[in-house]
Design a protein around this ligand. Structure first.
Ligand code: MF3
Ligand code: CO
Length: 256
């Protein structure tokens, strides 16, 4: 059963979503290549969440040990923060969930560090735009599969692949609610979208194969061919009109 949120609930999710947005902005702009460790970003996230009266959604979820997932280069998602130092030329995915007054916001961004190649910038651009292509389909009367199709078509048209094994999700009083939101077309049309549904849409885009491998730490997911991967995620509410991006960051608002 998909839970329809009231306008009041959606405003609570916006509060959580904006905590996530502000925190992601602070984290990405704090990275100093050759100096910042991924654990430093995680500690900073914890402090910033606390200051804003929020709690991390991820910590303790299925025994996940941290407040962020930090996924560098060929790491697709769920990289566990540790002593690794972020280097110039890396691409760094930061995924953050926060809970405020019982409601979750969930968002991820992938950023280049220092100088990067045209190929890397193109991957990041296509991955980010694929998320927005998906969001554009998050409209009442459409089906989940319209979101999936828009993402897959855009990514594959640009010569990249979308990860199949992991999907987006409904979100609300729980981080993961129904429905699943695949980033590729499956045999199911999925549910029809209605105002008040809230979805975390999160394409994972690989330069090479869509296949992934789980590392022995049981969390870290890498591309099977070790090609680069980029992840973007927003929490979005379906409305009577335009999709409402609850985790939108200032820098994105200006671009739209
Ligand atoms: N954004 C991811 C998700 O929606 C992050 C979850 S990490 C976990 O599944 F550690 F909390 F599982
Ligand atoms: Co998510």
């Amino acid at each position: 059963m998909i839970k329809i949120k009231t306008p009041e609930e959606i405003e609570k999710m916006r509060v959580a979503g904006q905590v996530v947005a502000r925190t992601l902005e602070a984290l990405t702009s704090s990275i100093v290549p050759g100096k910042t460790r991924t654990i430093d970003l995680d500690r900073m996230a914890e402090e910033l969440l606390k200051e804003q009266g929020a709690k991390p959604s991820f910590k303790g979820y299925m025994d996940y040990p941290a407040s962020t997932c930090i996924s560098i280069n060929e790491v697709v998602v769920h990289g566990i923060p540790d002593e690794r130092v972020i280097q110039a030329g890396d691409i760094v995915g930061i995924d953050l969930g926060a809970i405020v007054d019982g409601y979750h916001g969930d968002s991820a961004v992938t950023v280049p560090v220092g100088e990067t190649t045209d190929e890397v910038r193109r991957l990041l651009r296509v991955a980010r735009e694929s998320l927005f292509k998906g969001i554009a389909q998050a409209r009442a009367g459409n089906y989940i599969r319209d979101i999936s199709r828009a993402i897959q078509e855009y990514v594959e048209r640009h010569g990249y692949s979308v990860v199949r094994e992991m999907v987006g999700h409904g979100i609300g009083t729980k981080m993961h609610e129904e429905p699943q939101v695949p980033n590729y077309v499956t045999s199911r049309r999925g549910d029809m979208l209605q105002p008040g549904m809230t979805l975390a849409i999160e394409p994972m885009v690989n330069i090479g194969t869509f296949e992934i491998v789980h590392l022995p730490d049981k969390w870290t997911v890498v591309t099977k061919d070790r090609s680069l991967s980029a992840h973007f995620e927003h929490t979005v509410a379906i409305t009577d009109n335009e999709p409402d991006i609850l985790t939108l960051r200032r820098e994105e608002g200006a671009r739209q």
